[in-house]
Ligand binder design. Structure first.
Ligand code: PRP
Ligand code: URA
Length: 209
């Protein structure tokens, strides 16, 4: 079963409270998504493997560590996932960026894939799949399917707000994919929105309300 980590650091909780506020405009919303994505990345990268190295300090040679093993790719689910990319890149600037275009059909709530472009060597990379909202879980499951179909074997899902049903759906379909989320909310309303949630993340990020 995939592990779910609710990253409830005080800074994240504080920023998420502001993000949820319906009075917060696009500019501040974008900045907050960026900052929370960075803080989630800090937690999601905790188990990256290290190797021994040496460095010459101004004083003497030091025995130290550097990142080893797989390189990273960050893959947003469009559109709203785009808002999290810079936050990940602030901590892991060498990561390559792929894109998965997907939207939820408003009546069926089923995800519709319209674009996939990934780094050629995606199979050799650790992938951070990013999307602020995990609602029914359909988009995340299909996003992970799209990655696996193209060879990715090491995937983590980073989300800002998750519904319990979305978590269960991802866990059932992809038990090998750990989930890092800033909040687990109460559930979904009839329109498939997370409650209390933060509304439509894509519209709030891009001002298309
Ligand atoms: C939102 C969100 C997720 C999806 C989550 O995207 O960014 O991708 O809904 O819902 P689910 O878990 O029920 O699949 P949306 O379809 O609104 O597209 P957008 O980002 O382009 O606005
Ligand atoms: N997508 C969003 O943007 N918000 C929700 O609450 C659910 C899906």
């Amino acid at each position: 079963m995939a592990v779910v980590t609710e990253v409830d650091h005080p800074l994240i909780q504080h920023k998420l409270t502001i993000l949820r506020n319906k009075e917060v405009g696009t500019k501040e919303f974008r900045a907050l998504v960026d900052e929370i994505a960075m803080l989630l990345t800090y937690e999601a990268s905790r188990d990256l493997p290290l190797e021994e190295t040496t460095v010459m300090t101004p004083v003497q040679q030091a025995q130290t560590k550097q990142l080893a093993g797989k390189k990273l790719a960050v893959v947003p689910i469009l559109r709203a996932g785009l808002g999290m990319v810079d936050g990940v890149l602030q901590l892991i600037p060498a990561a390559k960026v792929g894109h998965i275009g997907m939207y939820r059909d408003e009546s069926t709530l089923q995800p519709v894939e319209y674009f996939v472009k990934l780094p050629e060597d995606i199979a050799e990379r650790e992938v951070f799949l990013v999307d602020p909202m995990l609602a029914t879980g359909g988009s995340a499951v299909d996003g992970i399917n799209a990655l696996k179909k193209r060879g990715a074997t090491s995937i983590k899902l980073l989300t800002l707000v998750s519904a319990p049903v979305g978590i269960k759906t991802v866990q059932a379909a992809h038990p090998d994919v750990p989930i890092y989320t800033a909040a687990i909310d109460d559930g979904l309303n009839e329109q498939g929105y997370i409650v209390p949630g933060l509304g439509d993340a894509g519209d709030r990020l891009f001002g298309t309300l």
